[in-house]
Design a protein around this ligand. Structure first.
Ligand SMILES: NC(=O)c1ccc[n+]([C@@H]2O[C@H](COP(=O)([O-])OP(=O)(O)OC[C@H]3O[C@@H](n4cnc5c(N)ncnc54)[C@H](OP(=O)(O)O)[C@@H]3O)[C@@H](O)[C@H]2O)c1
Length: 446
């Protein structure tokens, strides 16, 4: 058996103490984009850039393990939109991020390679820890959040997202989670929820943590009981967690989706106020450069119909250019638009009179600090918030998985099996699982 097969066999046999004694493989299989292919989609419209052509499964050398780091045997990972951006080389190829990171320290130099192993989520088992790591040891079952920080600068010590050397692991660093082995900082590790399978445990990390900071944390919108929260893309990656966080936190989500099937999914999560943006045919832009405020008003009117007259205290924004003008308009007087992305375009336009005259706020939010990611993971562990896994692919089919997300063909989250040979493995707490099975399976097969 190869070294990687030994590791997989020990994990599948539940012989976790044995993992510490097994050799670390010299190389492993990972999903990469290649530097010599960054021009492959030149002149193609964004929609036609196909991740199935640019994502490859290559054998790569195992990186050196530095102080404060860990190598993890990855059982499962997930597709995030950042993998789509990486795979279509938009808005920029990620190799520039890796070159910049390599300049930070001698240890970071190894991140600058002609390949980029992508992926910002994982569930798996710690293989080795570097010097100075005391909290985690080989054999621990973990998930990893995707905040990589150096923390040598004072600016990051109140909120690690403010560290000048803040990066998203697997997007702005190499050796990410869509692989058999990943390199992480030990302060990315968190305990895996015992009632979930490897693939279920792998999917919430990035989006759940992001939605937690954006919606719940005081660094974001600081949602409170009774708030009305407008959630764009409510059955998507971020939205499916924002919807659950709103419901669990005593708020009322107004969920925007684009099909009856997606409406059904958010209904299953417990949401009652739902807008199908396709069926109601909102056209916030009259043409490529002119918005139509009448459409903002029609949208706002619809929200009031559903809520009995309330405007949103919080608008959970990420579609960006296409929706931002409407989002600013419909937020209540004194309300908050909190944004973490610009899927449809990052040059936003809105009517500032509605912002200043009605004392609204726009807050920028990005991923989450360790403490926020930990709090978000705790909700998963307790079974308060559930994975929204709809489908899993093998590592070899990661390109197809990313294609589905790029084309908005997916629901919730799409998982990828790395060392896990099939779905359904890795559950430790059968009792809790049995109690929550329906909630865990809500998005399955959709
Ligand atoms: N800053 C961060 O830390 C962070 C973290 C996670 C994600 N992101 C970013 O957030 C964005 C969404 O990520 P995700 O994982 O939620 O993706 P996702 O799974 O594709 O879900 C996004 C949903 O937004 C809706 N949507 C897409 N385009 C839209 C448009 N033009 N107008 C209205 N709704 C639209 C779609 O839902 P319907 O079709 O049903 O309406 C879609 O399902 C991406 O750009 C991603 O890069 C940022």
């Amino acid at each position: 058996m190869t070294a990687i097969e030994d590791i997989r066999a020990a994990i599948l046999a539940d012989d976790l103490p044995a993992v510490a004694g097994l050799a670390v493989p010299e190389s492993y299989r990972g999903v990469v984009v290649r530097k010599d292919e960054v021009g492959m989609f030149e002149d193609q419209p964004t929609r036609d850039k196909d991740p199935r052509r640019s994502l490859h499964v290559d054998e790569v050398a195992t990186p050196a393990l530095g102080p404060g780091e860990a190598l993890v045997a990855v059982m499962a990972s997930a597709i995030n939109y950042n993998t789509v951006w990486t795979a279509i080389f938009e808005p920029l190829p990620t190799f520039g991020f890796l070159e910049r990171y390599a300049r930070v320290s001698p240890a970071a130099k190894q991140h600058d390679q002609p390949f980029h192993v992508v992926g910002s989520d994982l569930s798996g088992v710690v293989l080795r820890t570097g010097a100075g790591v005391n909290r985690w040891k080989a054999g621990d079952e973990v998930v990893a959040h995707c905040l990589s920080v150096e923390l040598e600068d004072p600016a990051g010590h109140n909120d690690t997202m403010l560290d000048p050397q803040q990066r998203i692991w697997g997007f702005e660093t190499n050796f990410g989670g869509l692989a058999e082995i990943a390199l992480v900082k030990a302060n990315q590790l968190m305990p895996k929820a015992a009632h979930l399978t490897w693939e279920e445990a792998a999917v919430p990390g990035l989006v759940n943590s992001t939605a937690y900071r954006q919606l719940v944390s005081g660094n974001g919108a600081a949602m409170k009981q009774g708030d009305t929260v407008l959630i764009w893309g409510a059955s998507g990656g971020l939205g499916s967690y924002a919807t659950q966080l709103a419901l669990r936190g005593g708020a009322t989500p107004v969920c925007v989706v684009s099909s009856p099937e997606k409406a059904q999914l958010v209904r299953r999560m417990g949401a009652e106020l739902i807008i199908d943006r396709n069926a109601e045919d909102y056209r916030f832009w009259a043409d490529a450069s002119t918005q139509d405020p009448k459409e903002w008003k029609r949208f706002g009117q619809r929200i009031r119909e559903l809520t009995g007259g309330d405007d949103p205290d919080i608008v959970f924004e990420h579609p960006g250019r296409e929706t931002f003008g409407a989002s600013v308009y419909v937020a209540r007087r004194g309300g908050t638009v909190v944004t973490c992305a610009s899927t449809s375009g990052y040059l936003h336009e809105y009517d500032n009179r509605y912002l200043w005259m009605q004392l609204k706020r726009i807050i920028g939010s990005h991923f989450a600090n360790y403490s926020e990611a930990w709090a978000a993971n705790r909700l998963i562990k307790k079974g308060f918030i559930h994975p929204t896994l709809s489908k899993t692919y093998s590592l070899e089919h990661t390109g197809q998985a990313a294609y589905d997300v790029h084309r908005n063909l997916h629901q919730g989250k799409v998982g990828v099996r790395c060392l896990a040979p099939r779905d359904g493995l890795g559950v430790r707490d059968l009792l809790l699982r049995e109690r929550l099975q329906n909630e865990i399976d809500r998005f399955r097969g959709e």
